[in-house]
Design a protein around this ligand. Sequence first.
Ligand SMILES: [Mn+2]
Length: 326
Amino acid sequence: MGLLLPAPENVKKVAILCHRHADADTYLSAYALSFMVGKLMPGAEASIIIPDGMSALTQRLAETFPYDKHEESPDYDLILAVDIGHMELLKDWSEKLRNSRGTKVLIDHHPLQEGTPYDQLMVDTTASSAAELVHRLFKELSVEPDASVSQALLIAILFDSQHLSIAGVGALRAVLDLTEHGARLDEARALLRSPPDYGEVIAKLKAAKRCRIYRAAGRVIVTSTIGSFQANVARAFTHLGADVSLVVGDFDGELRGSLRSNHRFSAETNIHLGTDVAEVLSKGRGYGGGHPTAASFTCSAGAEDVIKDFLALMGGLLHDAPVEVK
Ligand SMILES: [Mn+2]
């Protein structure tokens, strides 16, 4: 699966492309690739391109691992796209990539989409991060990462592998090798820790203080009200062990609701929070939908009415009326 890059003398401009709203994996992989381009093609100018901003975490990481901003070029001789997933995630760069006359390379751990315009691929869906593939590329092309690049790749691997909990052997080998090149695990973990958002903390604790607990068919259902962070609060209730949670709050004269359930509940009951709950609750008075274990809705009814309707709906779906636990 070795990549064949164009000869250095034919490359003046290189674009290293991240997916939109860049996360730690795509950005730090791009950071490492720009170092690699500098080693392999010292005469080329490498630009990291971030189509639609960065996540808050990535913004913080980019202070430690900064990139040089260059004026956008009309075209590039080489485009390295990393951790892209869907072409739509490139925003306006999707067309620029298609129309480019340069060599287009994809380095990705997402499944390959049909009809993509790349000339060369390094795609491995068994990798838990794109950074793991970038590390492999350093090996294949015999480029030694320095301590900063090693640290960047280590952080990206930790980020995308949920702190190695879903890491495969390849990622673990890469981690070991990166630490031997100067990366530090303790520092990587520290850089990934986000400062608390106290607005969210207070919202969670207030909602917890006024939550109501129900049992139906052996399951635990939790409802509460809060004016903001409904989704985070609903998720927090499932982290506490609730099977299903509903959190509602007024926002701009409307009622907003968030629903969460855990995977066991979803698998065992087949209740889809998007189609079975959010859509039903908002029907005729708003709109809603979502995924099996995460959904939301907006509607014009009052909080107490919606909670009552939700409990009745869950009673029907579970064939057992919820009973409040006092
Ligand atoms: Mn990734």
